[in-house]
Design a protein around this ligand. Structure first.
Ligand code: PLP
Length: 394
């Protein structure tokens, strides 16, 4: 380990837990350890009360009713429950689902599974701006379409899809609308009613809560959505997700939601200013592109392509100073270019030189200035080396 930890600019991967969240959780490990399903004694009542309070905070953050919140182990499980659960429950009506090429793997891999169980999936394309085409969406709707699954905001680019327009189209055709809002909840205002959402997945660890806890919002009225449970055993969470509730994590999840309800608006403005500063400084290097720049985007996140650098080397050279993420994944021996940027038409060579930087609650001005300094220096060095090499060849 380096003596000084690198500046953390990878908040879209996960966030550090807020100490106020930890304080909320601590009593529920040893002292208040009860099972929230124990109905016959104070230990159980105490745990149940904590879960009720947290459920209200979670629902409150997204404009839902507490009874519409189903606790899960995270967004991945919530996505699985939403897609597999509706597919099973509505398959008499049809077996067609519409989603998007740039969804998170949680959605794409679940859709692959549905295809293996006899479902049909349409994968919508996106433009170079990362947005879906609403006309293409409407054209994709068939009499047997049961679900439209479009993410709220993309984890790599931060691009925000036109959720209200999408939900209006779904409603018009009597189709359910599910959104993976894992990157949006806690960062921007999300409201299941104004946004017209029927099912929504989100996760505490993306907004300063603990890992291993998330929720699926399931609409109760207009329409009353039903899903088939994917985990059976005891009928917890109104029969939609069995298993003893993780009370400490749920208490922390609730506190994390409360903090976001209070601080989200001001924090969004602060981070947007910092993010814009970061982008503007790097744009001054020239031959730099911001992916999804002209689309609505999350305030704290950016995806940047640098021409004429060595992406591999840049990650290596910045590693002790900054923690961020590359838009290509190493799969065994090969470098797999990000399918999100690929869908936006970014050429493979440039995808290898593309990076995601995501700020968070604990990011400071000094940290961002430091990151700009380090990246600028290394990008310039790479370009000087190229020039030098070029002259040598001549
Ligand atoms: C992080 C993330 C997930 C997975 O969430 P977990 O709670 O870690 O399972 C799903 N979708 C998106 C868009 C994400 O960013």
């Amino acid at each position: 380990m380096p003596l000084k930890l690198p500046v953390y600019l990878d908040n879209n991967a996960t966030t550090p837990m807020d100490p106020r969240v930890l304080d909320e959780m601590l009593p529920f490990f040893v002292e208040k350890f009860g099972n929230a399903a124990s109905r016959t004694h104070a230990y159980g009542w105490e745990a149940e009360e904590a879960v009720d309070i947290a459920r209200e905070s979670v629902a409150g953050l997204v404009g839902a009713h507490p009874q519409e919140i189903v606790f899960t182990s995270g967004a991945t499980e919530a996505v699985n429950l939403a897609i597999k659960g509706t597919f099973e429950d509505y398959s008499v009506k049809g077996k067609h689902i519409i989603t998007v090429a740039t969804e998170h793997k949680a959605v794409l891999d679940t859709c692959r599974r549905i295809e293996k169980s006899g479902g049909r999936i349409t994968y919508l394309s996106v433009g170079s701006n990362g947005l879906i085409d609403l006309a293409e969406l409407e054209n994709a709707i068939k009499p047997d379409t049961i679900l439209i699954a479009v993410m709220y905001a993309n984890n790599e680019t931060g691009v925000i899809q036109p959720v209200s327009e999408i939900s209006a189209i779904a409603k018009k055709h009597g189709i359910l609308f599910f959104t993976d809002a894992t990157q949006a909840v806690g960062k921007i205002a999300v409201d299941v009613h104004t946004d017209g959402i029927d099912l929504m997945a989100f996760s505490a660890h993306k907004f300063y809560g603990p890992k291993g806890i998330g929720a699926l919002y399931v609409r109760k009225k207009n329409p009353a959505v039903t899903i088939t449970a994917q985990i059976d055993g005891g009928g917890h969470e109104r029969n939609m997700r069995s298993g003893t509730l993780n009370v400490p994590a749920i208490a922390g999840f609730g506190r994390a939601c409360e903090l976001c309800s209070d601080e989200l608006a001001a924090e969004g403005k602060r981070l947007q200013k910092l993010r814009n500063y970061f982008e503007n400084q790097l744009l001054e290097l020239g031959d730099v592109e911001i992916n999804g720049e002209d689309s609505p985007r999350l305030p704290h996140s950016t995806n940047i392509s640098f021409h004429m650098i060595d992406g591999e080397k840049l990650i290596f050279e910045t590693g002790n100073e900054i923690a961020f993420s590359r838009s290509s994944a190493c799969t065994s021996a090969t470098l797999e270019p990000s399918y999100v940027l690929k869908a936006m038409g970014v050429p493979d060579g440039l995808i290898h030189n593309s990076f995601r930087f995501s700020l968070g609650r604990f990011s400071t001005e000094e940290q961002v200035e430091h990151a700009v300094k380090i990246i600028s220096k290394i990008v310039k060095e790479h370009r000087d080396e190229r020039d030098y090499g070029h002259h040598k060849v001549l």
